[in-house]
Design a binder for this molecule. Structure first.
Ligand code: FAD
Length: 476
């Protein structure tokens, strides 16, 4: 008999509690991944995340092969596949790290009882969160709805120390496996993933290298520079965390170590840690509000009159709104599968507040195009920007894309990189090209309305319209 480890959002060997426990059982290991696109209500991965998954599984397979084993790949309903694997391999127990979405929990719960009925134990572990969602509660026993008290409360609790996988590997004879290539997770015709390949190294080693580079180069100064898309001083660990190639425990321990070693200031490490807790908070919300991507947490927003504006939405997706900072962000997203956090806020705010577009439409586009498309962080952040979330940004905060661009991309370097048709404009004008003198535009080779659009909506009017519309649901 063997121990079956079912990998899900935890594509790593180190600091993997399920794998560690399976190794400790002393039984030979069988390691499997199931591509489940059939179980009820599971949200299919978007295109960019599928690309990442394909690459990450290739890395994990190679890492396991280097230890003398083989990652078993199977596609279909997990509720059918896992019991069949248990049977075929004569597994005595199944090990996994927990998931927190409602559909995933339903799959796992049903499996656990089906396997128990056959006398096969399931051992589940907390692998991807610092704190299990049910362990962080208000004094009244309710889930927190506001980040700061959540962070204060969770931050007081102990976090486990990350572990390494055991060096002694022993594998069971393995089952039939699909070929990863047959899953066609990576695009071929058209191959839109060139920019993704150039930007990222999916897999556990890539995650470890990214963390090391961040600690060396970018943690010092993070608290102040993290808001500057032109400087790219954030960790870019989000897709690695999304797929569990690195655990938040590993990131937290490394950051604390840097603080102890004096290589980073308390302000910088504290800021990074609080961002890790925003991720925790999102998962906590997902656990308590299972339809986070579909339903307003604040139900008053159900009455909000969203508008359908296909032209605006198309311009937003393509990075042709006429607001350079928004367009740069949307093009960074399309080219690299990632967008800087400050610009995500601006781009989301623009679609929701300037376009009065239902946040769910923007969330869906991000879901399809982000390599870090995350079942908790993405809908929680969109709801936060819309104001429909648990802990919402105030509805009257309507970012001005010009002043935001001038503040956070002061030299225009970010815009120049992703909106090259504006590259010749001077910094003072690059965030508002429609105000430039004809002579300045001509010298830069910009023909508004031709090489680059005029703003698709005017900021002051859009702002007034949004305030009035949002006031309706407040009963003002
Ligand atoms: P760093 O600044 O280096 O932070 C380290 C880690 O902390 C991140 O990798 C991430 O796991 C976590 N984190 C940082 N900021 C946030 C935040 N605001 N909320 C939650 N966790 C955070 N993040 C995703 O991981 N997946 C998404 O699908 C996603 N969608 C978003 C959509 C919108 C509209 C907005 C405004 C934000 C979204 N975020 C999402 C949050 C945030 O933008 C990204 O986590 C961050 O930009 C990732 O870059 P980084 O790894 O360099 O972050």
């Amino acid at each position: 008999s063997c121990a079956l480890v079912w990998f899900r959002d935890d594509l790593r060997l180190d600091d993997n509690p399920a794998l560690k426990a399976a190794q400790a059982s002393g039984r030979p290991l069988a390691l499997a991944y199931v591509l489940d696109e059939e179980s009820e209500r599971l949200r299919p991965l978007g295109g960019a995340a599928r690309w990442w998954l394909g690459r990450s599984l290739a890395f994990l397979s190679a890492a396991i092969a280097a230890k003398g084993g083989r990652l078993i790949l199977q596609r279909g309903r997990a509720g059918d596949i896992v019991p069949a694997l248990v049977e075929e391999l004569n597994a005595a127990a199944v090990y996994w790290n927990r998931r927190y979405g409602a559909a995933e929990i339903a799959v796992d719960t049903a499996l656990k009882s089906a396997l128990a009925g056959r006398g096969v134990a399931v051992e589940s572990f907390g692998g991807s969160l610092l704190h299990e969602p049910w362990t962080v509660r208000t004094q009244a026993g309710d889930p927190f709805r506001v980040f700061t008290p959540f962070y204060r409360s969770a931050g007081r609790q102990a976090v486990r120390t990350p572990s390494r996988a055991d060096d002694a590997w022993s594998f069971a004879g393995s089952a039939r496996s699909d070929r990863l290539d047959d899953w066609a997770l990576e695009p071929t015709a058209p191959d839109w993933a060139a920019g993704l390949r150039a930007s990222w190294t999916p897999g556990e080693r890539g995650a470890r290298d990214r963390l090391a580079a961040f600690l060396d180069d970018d943690l010092a100064g993070y608290a102040t520079l993290r808001d500057r898309p032109d400087l790219a001083r954030t960790s870019r660990l989000s897709p690695h965390l999304r797929f569990g190639e690195i655990s938040p425990h590993q990131v937290l321990a490394a950051v604390r170590h840097a603080a102890d070693a004096g290589t980073a200031s308390p302000a910088d490490t504290e800021k990074l840690i609080s961002e890790l807790y925003w991720r925790e908070f999102s998962y906590h919300l997902l656990f308590h509000f299972p339809d986070l991507a579909g339903t307003n947490v604040n139900r008053r927003f159900d009455a909000f009159e969203w508008q359908d504006d296909p032209a605006l939405e198309r311009a937003w997706r393509r990075g042709r709104t006429g607001y350079p900072i928004v367009d740069a962000g949307m093009r960074q997203l399309w080219q690299t599968g990632w967008m800087h956090n400050r610009v995500r806020m601006l781009a989301a705010s623009f679609l929701i507040k300037h376009g009065l577009t239902d946040w769910r439409r923007g969330e869906a586009w991000f879901w399809d195009t982000l390599v870090d498309a995350d079942p908790a962080n993405n809908p929680a952040s969109w709801q936060w920007v819309a104001g429909s979330g648990a802990d919402a940004a105030p509805y009257f905060r309507i970012f001005n894309p010009v002043t935001q661009g001038e503040t956070f991309d002061p030299d225009g370097a970010y815009v120049r990189r992703f909106v090259p048709e504006l590259a010749g404009l001077p910094a003072g004008i690059i965030h508002k090209p429609w105000t430039a003198a004809p002579e300045v535009l001509r010298r830069a080779g910009v023909v508004l309305g031709e090489t680059y659009p005029f703003p698709i909506v005017e900021h002051p009017a859009a702002r007034e319209r949004a305030l009035a519309r949002f006031a309706r649901i407040r009963g003002d």
